[in-house]
Design a binder for this molecule. Structure first.
Ligand SMILES: Nc1ncnc2c1ncn2[C@@H]1O[C@H](COP(=O)(O)OP(=O)(O)OP(=O)(O)O)[C@@H](O)[C@H]1O
Length: 302
């Protein structure tokens, strides 16, 4: 089998546990991401999601194991890998527009100033930021607007891999819903590969091609890779009508509520820890679908 675009191979992360011992966050974790895929990772607090993200970004080194992108080992940060954090990380002294052009200039030093600006405005417009508002500084923007700028900036740079670390965590539910759909729109117009951490099951189902499920730590593992068998384009209001929606959602809730604990703490020894592929599709089994009564609608979070 050919290697995937992004290949995480036998990644192990250990830290001192503060009591003279060692904390093994995860051990021999292995998984792949294909080019153009949108992959979300779900797991309880402390299982190691941010640690994986920091390793993928090149901001941290694993204790052992490698990450390869396009066949080359990832080491150190690079413009090939863009990161969006929860706390915006915009440059406060620059306008929204300049925050975006700043990155594009670094990425494409040969581009003319006009081309850079047109590219930046195009991506800002994709997240609903047009007109005078692009000249405002981050402190003059709402939280939602700031996060829109961060997303526009990340996509405008067209990195080979885009890493999103709970980008909507600080936003209210309404703003979050709008920006999720904007993110889908901006992503579907590109061939961008995205790896995203979220704590929100419904957000993950809306956005992802696949959801990776992590067990609790220590010795956490990426236990499952759940395919989201809901066709695109997707919208928040329409996906809940799809026959696969609640079946997938129930599977995820069940994993996070129960199996993530049952499977926790199992040492791998020398074995490679690859996720099981899970595909849930009720559309080819109408009868089974009738047996699954949708649970009552609830708030967005698990
Ligand atoms: N620099 C460090 N030194 C020691 N322990 C660390 C360090 N960084 C992370 N850890 C530990 O590693 C584990 C995984 O942390 P990580 O931040 O990756 O989890 P997470 O899944 O992203 O959690 P959350 O969802 O709460 O952000 C935790 O137990 C944490 O305390």
């Amino acid at each position: 089998m050919p290697k995937p675009f992004l290949s995480i191979e036998r990644l192990t992360q250990q830290y001192p546990d503060g009591q003279g011992g060692t904390l093994t966050v995860f051990e021999n974790a292995s998984f792949g991401i294909e080019k153009g895929e949108f992959v979300c990772i779900l797991g309880h607090s402390g299982c190691g999601k941010s640690t994986i993200m920091n390793i993928l970004a090149g901001l941290a080194e694993p204790t052992s194991g490698v990450v390869k992108m396009d066949g080359f080992e990832v080491s150190g940060p690079s413009l090939d890998r863009g990161v969006v954090f929860q706390n915006y990380s915009l440059l406060p002294w620059l306008s929204a527009l300049k925050n975006v052009t700043f990155g594009i200039k670094a990425r494409y030093p040969d581009w003319s100033a006009d081309k850079v600006e047109a590219h930046a405005r195009d991506f800002l417009a994709k997240v609903g930021l047009e007109g005078d508002v692009v000249h405002r500084k981050p402190s003059q923007l709402s939280g939602g607007m700031r996060q829109r700028v961060s997303i526009a900036r990340a996509f405008a740079n067209q990195p080979k891999l885009l890493l999103l670390d709970e980008p909507f965590g600080a936003l209210d539910a309404l703003t979050r819903g709008t920006i999720q759909e904007e993110l889908l729109k901006i992503w579907s117009g590109t061939e961008q590969t995205v790896f995203m951490i979220t704590h929100d099951i419904d957000e993950a189902i809306l956005l992802a091609d696949r959801i990776l499920l992590m067990t609790n730590g220590p010795f956490a593992r990426v236990a499952e890779s759940v395919e989201i068998t809901i066709p695109r384009p997707r919208s928040r209001t329409e996906i809940v009508e799809h026959p696969n929606y609640y079946a997938i959602r129930n599977h995820l809730v069940q994993f996070l509520g129960q199996r993530s604990k049952e499977l926790a703490g199992q040492q791998s020894g020398d074995a490679e820890q690859s996720p099981d592929n899970v595909r849930i599709d009720m559309t080819s089994a109408e009868k089974v679908e009738e047996d699954i009564a949708p649970p009552p609608l609830r708030a967005v979070n698990d």
